[in-house]
Design a protein around this ligand. Structure first.
Ligand code: ATP
Ligand code: MG
Length: 565
């Protein structure tokens, strides 16, 4: 039994100034955690208990799926990160430290390199495959904007797992085993998390899912189909393409003056045409080489999709001088007459009576037929999908929702094993790179996401599986020996049944105890007081209910166990 009078626990009436979202406010107010610095939090005894319960569920499900637990150092030699090039590409988001001999280290933001290095040294034969190994370990990221408490910290707890397989079929099997484990983990911790398709960079295929918790303050956009259940991160989402309705040629291209009109909106307004009749032309550097991209005037180019089209090449904006050299002045460029590879969004396929930049300041071209007047290399899916677009699976109208990622599964292929020379010998004795997957869960983020999803005006509502304790036993008259004896006996009996009990044994007014009980949010509240005992027993109720029932002491354990089931 955990007694308040022996616990490091203070509840607060007011949330801290910097807490913007309800879960952050409640975690602090309910005494689950305290801030040590920006993006850095201390887990207090109650919060720690909830965290441990989540970790236990994560471990059980990982083990059940055939994964094995390990523990890697947080401090990792820079050499590992240089082997994959991520020492450079991770940029300022990665914490780097030097030892006294001036050797560089990384405070791990993730651990593909370290796990691949281990696989390289330990796995040599197909007979040792597959293997899935994992750890629960702190990660460090110098986030641009640490905020929302545990949702985006500088230091956080991650469960990261890595799978190593001999072939693609094996890698897919590992992937889906982890995916299934994630579904079970989030179910068991009482969190509604939906797997959504996520961008796979240059790996391709349907082999990354993010587990998303829908929340108004979520930083990710998710396209969600209410009809068929399709869901994808906005970075990844596809749409059933509807081509622009201007498919009939209307004569030769004609130069029209558009003085001072640069954006598609300005041009559309100035010429009195619908915005989707204007073509947005962009020059980008893909792997350092200029490329022109065309999208309808009201759409946004998805750089993620462009990057994927080019096998993961780096995509950058071209500077004005480059744009002027290969096309025309920024704000007036278009595809007619340029000697660049031109890629257009699928909605522009067959587009015939369009307005494009004339590559001349103050002019546009009207009546442009892309097939006739521009050298388009290919029509591809290149725009960011938005609310109102059609579902790629069933055609229904997509809605957009905000979400926070609590986990991600990713098929990596041979990206890391090839870079680091992590190979195994197949049955013919041929060396082949290990095929990998990686699987992360933000454990500390999950803790707070549960609170974000499960609360009311009075406080937290912990799911029974992860509640710091399952029962909050309030002793209203701590000076009354009979009341204390009854309460103690009940507490012991509950613990004997495997139900953990928190006892509010403070000398406080009942009103204070009730308020704190609601704030802390344990699933079942039991009141032991002279009044209730005179009425025949304990007053028992769920955190989610308003009315208590009075239960005789000899029936109380059964009633509580039922409520927790
Ligand atoms: P996000 O897009 O939210 O920044 P991410 O895609 O960068 O997350 P991953 O590299 O996939 O994160 O890490 C695995 C998991 O770690 C994420 O699903 C998330 O739950 C958690 N996580 C990532 N960054 C943080 C952070 N700064 N604080 C807390 N948890 C985090
Ligand atoms: Mg992620």
């Amino acid at each position: 039994m955990l007694r308040w009078t022996e616990t490091l626990l203070n509840t607060l009436r007011e949330p801290p100034q910097d807490a913007e979202i309800v879960s952050h406010k409640l975690m602090i107010r309910a005494g689950m955690m305290r801030k040590l610095g920006g993006g850095l939090y201390v887990y207090l005894p109650l919060g720690m208990r909830a965290l441990r319960k989540i970790e236990t569920i994560v471990r059980e499900e990982m083990d059940r799926a055939g994964a094995q637990e390990t523990l890697f150092p947080i401090l990792q030699p820079a050499e590992l990160w240089k082997q994959t090039g991520r020492w450079e590409t991770m940029g300022p988001g990665m914490f780097r430290v030097k030892d006294r001999k001036d050797a560089w280290y990384v405070l791990a933001p993730t651990a593909e390199e370290a796990f691949t290095a281990l696989a390289k040294s330990e796995i040599s034969s197909y007979r040792q495959l597959p293997r899935i190994i994992y750890q629960l370990q702190d990660k460090f990221r110098d986030e641009i904007r640490p905020r929302f408490g545990l949702i985006r910290g500088k230091e956080f707890i991650m469960k990261d797992a890595y799978s190593f397989d001999a072939d693609d079929a094996g890698a897919d099997k590992s992937y889906w085993a982890m995916h299934a484990a994630y579904v079970r983990i989030f179910e068991r911790v009482g969190l509604k998390a939906k797997p959504v398709e996520a961008d796979t960079g240059d790996i391709g295929g349907n082999f990354s899912h993010e587990f998303m918790v829908f929340a108004a303050n979520g930083e990710d956009g998710i396209l969600d189909c209410p009809a068929c259940g399709y869901a994808a991160n906005q970075e990844r989402a596809e749409r059933r393409v509807q081509v622009v309705p201007y498919q009939t040629e209307a004569g030769a291209p004609e130069e029209v003056a558009t003085p001072g009109q640069h954006s598609c909106e300005e041009v559309a307004r100035f010429l009195g045409r619908p915005i989707d009749q204007i073509v947005k032309s962009l020059v980008l550097l893909v792997g350092g080489k200029p490329v022109m991209v065309l999208v309808p005037g009201d759409r946004e180019l998805s750089e993620t999709k462009l990057r994927r089209l080019f096998g993961g090449a780096k995509v950058e904006e071209a500077d004005e001088a480059t744009v002027a050299k290969v096309a025309g002045p920024v704000g007036s460029i278009g595809p007619v007459g340029v000697e660049l590879p031109i890629y257009a969004d699928r909605a522009l396929e067959g587009a015939a009576d369009m307005v494009v930049g004339a590559n001349k300041e103050g002019f546009h071209l009207a009546h442009v037929s892309l097939a006739r007047d521009a050298k388009v290399v290919a029509y591809e899916d290149l725009v960011t999908v938005r609310e109102g677009d059609c579902c790629p699976k069933c055609g229904a109208t997509l809605t957009i929702r905000r979400g926070t990622e609590v986990g991600q599964c990713f098929k990596l292929g041979t990206k890391y094993s090839a870079a680091m020379g992590a190979t195994y010998l197949d049955e013919q004795g041929v060396a082949k790179p290990l095929i990998m997957g990686c699987y992360g869960i933000g454990v500390s983020r999950t803790l707070q996401a549960i609170v974000e999803q499960s609360n009311d005006a009075d406080g937290i509502i912990w799911p029974a599986s992860v509640a710091p304790c399952q029962v909050n036993l309030l002793i209203l008259d701590p000076d009354n020996a009979e009341v204390v004896a009854q309460a103690e006996a009940l507490g012991k009996a509950l613990e004997a049944r495997g139900i953990d009990v928190f006892v509010d044994d403070r000398a406080e007014r009942p009103g204070v105890k009730f308020k704190d009980a609601d704030l802390i949010g344990l699933p079942v509240r039991v009141v032991a007081g002279a009044k209730s005992l005179a009425k025949g027993g304990f007053e028992i109720r769920r955190r989610t209910e308003r009315d208590s029932v009075v239960v005789a002491p000899d029936k109380a354990v059964e009633t509580i166990a039922d409520l927790l089931r």
